[in-house]
Design a protein around this ligand. Structure first.
Ligand code: ZN
Length: 470
């Protein structure tokens, strides 16, 4: 409710744009975040009633902990009702003050891993990556947000040429910041691509992977929402969609706006007041359309990762239904390798799974990527001790976790295992032959040029002979 009041208050300003920065940012006095363990639907309903802002990424479900931002005054009511909970963040405004102070304290030249970067600083950082690694990195302009901000990215690939006719390679897409307030997702993504570039010359595994794949990093999918988090509402989640009526910024949850599973199974909301408002139709928002069109323009998508905060989880498809997808075992093998790598590298334990370890969420990007292209697709939820304000001192730590997970994913991909059952066998051979005889289909495309031909057979044969990936 509070958020809505702020939105109402800022109506005139946001509609006319330029005055926004002069307005005092929203405050979160007497607000707490509680971790609730709902005993059933009634508890979830009650929490949704008293809180307009869940701090976990999706709608709650029984048997899973969910964080809610509520007023301090509402805590006794939880106790009275016997709802199991603990106070995770006792003072939201203090959390925000602490973050702001730490960022002010960080050296002016701390760079993007010393303090959180603005939209402009993120763009400048991408430019610096390209300037420092001109043979490996290229800046891309994918399209514009609702308010006309550029959604930019960087393409990173090694100097070895691609195998197929086109010279292209199988593509990996790493996107972050669909949800504007999840700043650590942005910095973790930037850290990962920077780490890959910095280690290309010295690390043989990195060199092999960058020579094998084209990696596309899109750090800020939701630039308008990100701007809101820097100007007048730090914990803004959605984009900057204006609803008419009522005529003010309500925002659409971009990660409920993709077409696969859109609007199904209560994994999103039809109400614009909701933090999980899915918009009037799938791909109603320019930001999701830009990403969709970009991904579909790639001849062959091999993997897709959508980076969020702050659950400490690696999530496989499907998010929108309990039923497991075809390829479940292959997805779980790769996901397990990701969380194992984070644990052995940092000691921090992430969990891998589907909606059973978070919630049903419908219309999310990885479900669309997996359902549409068949590429290995995950959500990574970076962990955080301090909700959406982890503090700049955690940027490097989160970045390490992210790059360990991404590197493990890249190493674990087995593209010849078309049906993702963890063995390259006759079933995959049949799928390959079907694609090969159709020639137009990219179903057996291993080279990344978008079609299945002799080059792919030469890549498939050794994997098939050894029943595993080369
Ligand atoms: Zn999120």
């Amino acid at each position: 409710m509070l958020k809505l009041l702020f939105a109402v208050g800022f109506t005139a300003w946001t509609a006319f744009g330029s005055a926004v920065a002069q307005i005092a940012p929203a405050r979160f006095d007497r607000q707490v975040v509680v971790s609730v363990f709902p005993r059933g639907a009634a508890d979830i309903e009650f929490m949704d009633f008293i809180s307009s802002d869940r701090w976990t990424c999706g709608p709650g479900g029984p048997n899973s902990e969910a964080d809610y931002r509520i007023s301090n005054d509402q805590v006794p009511e939880l106790q009275r009702r016997g709802i199991p909970f603990r106070v995770a963040i006792p003072d939201v405004q203090a959390l925000l003050d602490r973050e702001q102070a730490a960022m002010k304290h960080a050296a002016r030249d701390a760079g993007v891993f010393g303090s959180f970067p603005t939209y402009a600083q993120t763009g400048a950082f991408i430019d610096s990556l390209v300037a420092n690694h001109p043979t490996l990195a290229t800046r891309l302009n994918l399209g514009n947000s609702l308010e006309g901000r550029q959604i930019f990215g960087v393409r990173v690939t090694g100097t070895a040429p691609g195998v197929g006719d086109s010279g292209r390679k199988p593509a990996i897409v790493l996107q972050s910041l669909q949800h504007a307030r999840e700043w650590a997702g942005l910095t973790s993504n930037l850290y990962t691509v920077n780490w890959l570039l910095e280690n290309y010359q010295s690390d043989t595994t990195v060199r092999r992977l960058l020579d094998e794949y084209e990696i596309y990093v899109v750090p800020i999918v939701n630039p308008d929402g990100y701007e809101i988090t820097w100007t007048w509402y730090r914990y803004w989640r959605k984009n900057a969609r204006v609803q008419t009526p009522p005529g003010y910024v309500v925002g659409v949850d971009l990660n409920r706006n993709w077409s696969v599973g859109y609007g199904l199974n209560s994994g999103s909301s039809a109400s614009y007041n909701s933090e999980t408002y899915r918009g009037p139709s799938a791909f109603s928002e320019p930001e999701t359309r830009v990403m969709r069109d970009f991904i579909l323009s790639l001849p062959k998508l091999a993997a897709f990762v959508d980076i969020h905060t702050y659950a400490g989880k690696v999530l496989r498809p499907w998010a929108y239904q309990w039923q497991t997808p075809p390829g479940y075992f292959g997805l779980m093998r790769v996901g397990q390798a990701m969380v194992d790598s984070v644990q052995s590298g940092t000691g921090i334990r992430y969990f891998v799974g589907g909606p059973e370890i978070l919630y049903l969420a419908s219309g999310v990007a990885p479900d669309w990527a997996y359902g549409t292209t068949g590429a290995v697709s995950f959500t990574i939820e970076m962990q955080s001790e301090y909700g959406f304000s982890p503090g700049p001192e955690t940027i490097v730590q989160s970045g390490e976790e992210c790059r360990l997970a991404i590197l493990a994913m890249l190493r674990s991909l087995c593209r010849a295992d078309f049906n993702l059952d963890n063995v390259v066998d006759d079933a995959d051979f049949v799928l390959f032959l079907n694609a090969y005889s159709a020639l137009l289909s990219n179903g057996g495309d291993l080279s990344g040029d978008g079609k299945t031909d002799d080059a792919d057979f030469s890549l498939f044969a050794p994997a098939y002979d050894s029943l595993t990936c080369p």
